[in-house]
Design a protein around this ligand. Structure first.
Ligand SMILES: Nc1ncnc2c1ncn2[C@@H]1O[C@H](COP(=O)(O)OP(=O)(O)OP(=O)(O)O)[C@@H](O)[C@H]1O
Ligand SMILES: [Mg+2]
Length: 324
């Protein structure tokens, strides 16, 4: 059954003008089909997945936005389930390649999602450990001949059973032909062939740089069949993230505090001179600063209620001093 068939449509009854005794039923399909489709997918995963998978998927589901990343996980889950069923019918099941590229601006959740992917893929039985080894250029590239291969091999060894997450991967192309970065890429791709199903490699970085990096390494895109774009967050998404972050810390944003952040974000994101914006990380920093400001404000007060201790007021939100 196609997804659209299970999305409830609204039936509108009208009286026909041509023959007054006939009732016309017009099926009105909601406009937000893609969202509904994802909702239906999540529900199916929730109702069919084993408990541990559900817990891991819930962690991803809780995050605001990130439609592409969520969709990839549902696809992998669906494929695994189909393969299990195919096996019962003695049908072929091909091994999939799960190496990925994450493209997106700072603070859009790339590292956080990679860590959660590790947990989900472990629960799904694709990875044996599901841990995340974070690496950057300096961890892979050596200083003399032979050093790079050794460093890269050592890292891959640590990542076995989990995810090797290479941040700012495009910097491996820095320095041109003679640079050892190229050797690191070669070493990595060789290891990916040799240990096809023992670890997953995720290359992450800012969108334009990653696209250029993939272009100058034509062998790479086919080795990284899953590419996920992490969109910049909209103001309302950033506010939802803010609410989530304060709740986790057992604080609350007063309505004027939330409004102050909203107005500020609208202004900030329209600023033509804003060159880089750290998305959800900016929100985290603003809130951490607010928690400190609230603590200072409360110093003057001897009798503190639970509300006093929880509520962040507009005056605690100090926006000018946090770097975007
Ligand atoms: N969708 C989201 N919902 C809730 N919190 C989020 C979301 N996206 C990011 N965050 C939070 O924002 C912070 C930054 O996220 P993260 O470090 O994963 O970003 P990143 O894309 O890896 O950034 P960078 O490219 O600078 O390394 C983290 O504290 C994370 O928990
Ligand atoms: Mg990161």
């Amino acid at each position: 059954m196609k997804q659209s068939a299970i999305v409830p449509s609204k039936a509108i009854m009208t009286e026909s003008t041509e023959s007054p005794n006939r009732i016309q039923v017009v099926f009105h399909h909601p406009a937000s089909q893609p969202v509904k489709e994802t909702d239906a997918l999540v529900d199916t995963v929730r109702s069919t997945a084993p408990d541990q998978v559900k817990v891991a998927i819930n962690e991803l589901e809780k995050m605001i936005g990130l439609g592409e990343a969520k969709r990839v996980m549902y696809e992998i889950y669906a494929l695994l389930r189909t393969n299990r069923e195919r096996l019962k019918h003695q049908l072929r099941t091909d091994q999939q390649v799960y190496h990925m590229v994450f493209k997106g601006s700072p603070g859009t959740g790339k590292t956080t999602v990679a860590r959660i992917f590790g947990k989900i893929l472990k629960e799904m039985g694709i990875l044996s450990k599901g841990h995340l080894i974070e690496a950057e250029r300096a961890d892979l590239v050596g200083e003399y001949i032979g050093h790079t291969a050794q460093k890269t091999r050592d890292l891959i060894k640590k990542a076995m059973g989990g995810i090797l997450f290479v941040d700012e991967a495009y910097s491996l192309a820095r320095g041109g032909e003679k640079d050892f970065g190229k050797e690191a890429v070669d070493c990595l791709t060789k290891a990916m062939e040799d240990h096809k199903n023992d670890f997953i490699c995720i290359l992450a970085g800012y969108t334009e740089e990653m696209e250029e990096f993939l272009q100058i390494n034509p062998g790479l895109p086919s080795r990284f069949p899953i590419q996920i774009h992490f969109e910049d967050y909209q103001v309302e998404e950033l506010l939802e993230i803010a609410e989530m972050m304060v709740l986790e810390k057992e604080y609350l944003l007063s309505p004027p505090a939330k409004e102050k952040i909203r107005t500020h974000l609208h202004k900030l994101l329209q600023d033509p001179f804003l060159v880089s914006f750290s998305n959800a990380r900016y929100i985290r920093n603003v809130l951490e600063k607010a928690v400190r400001a609230q603590a200072m404000r409360l110093l003057k007060n001897n009798q503190l209620t639970r509300d006093d201790l929880m509520i962040l007021r507009a005056e605690d939100i100090m926006l000018g001093t946090v770097r975007p």
